[in-house]
Design a protein around this ligand. Structure first.
Ligand code: URA
Length: 210
């Protein structure tokens, strides 16, 4: 993957995203749509996974058939909204290993602080896909990628539903080696760090909290 930012403009992705943005969409609908879009985005982000071959016998004859190479992919959810994207990727890649990064924002320093980190072993040998639906300021995403790199990851991609220009710029500055795949590059952030036009608070909408 050579581009730093890929916006997936597939009509199904764009249609489902419109339904997700609509404030009238129910919690159940939002969650289902997020799972479906994530599957489509995951298809794009895994497009260049390495293949090798394995020798099999079809009912007709023997063949060397393509199969994914290397260790199982590591999927890392950035808590808590990232959890809404796990199922979509796991339906496509059921054998993926799963990790979690939890960060909160210190209200005084405004810096992200880690409260949870659990990653699959041998991150250095895996393709790592970090998931968080909203790339807003980019501060927590960049911090999460820092932690993954400290844990050994060196082949990381970032999968989100919406990105802001500010978040993309922050990630490009901090992690130019981490390609981003998203369904939309939205217009801007508001003064509270929410994406416009956006879809509101993704965690609240998928978990029914306020
Ligand atoms: N997180 C959200 O859930 N929504 C935004 O718009 C920005 C960050």
């Amino acid at each position: 993957m050579t581009d730093h930012l890929t916006v997936v403009d597939h009509p199904l992705v764009q249609h489902k995203l419109t339904l997700m943005r609509d404030k009238g969409t129910s919690t159940a609908g939002f969650r289902r749509l997020l799972r479906e879009i994530t599957q489509l985005l995951a298809y794009e982000i895994t497009r260049e996974m390495e293949l090798t071959t394995t020798n099999i016998e079809t009912p007709m004859e023997e063949m060397d058939a393509p199969i994914l190479a290397g260790k199982k992919l590591a999927l890392v959810s950035i808590l808590r909204a990232g959890n809404g994207m796990l199922d979509g990727v796991l339906e496509l890649i059921p054998s993926a290993r799963v990790g979690f990064v939890g960060l909160y924002r210190d209200e005084e320093t405004l810096e992200p602080v880690q409260y949870y980190f659990k990653a699959p072993e041998a991150l250095e040998d895996r393709l790592v896909i970090a998931v968080d639906p909203m790339l807003a300021t980019g501060n927590s995403s960049a911090a999460a990628i820092d932690l993954l790199k400290e844990a050994g990851a060196n082949n990381i991609r970032f999968l989100c539903l919406l990105a802001s220009p500010e978040g993309v710029a922050r990630m490009k500055e901090a992690h130019p080696d981490v390609p981003i795949v998203t369904a939309s590059l939205d217009r801007q952030l508001n003064e509270k760090g929410y994406i416009l036009p956006g879809l509101g608070d993704a965690g609240d909408r998928m978990f029914g909290t306020k």
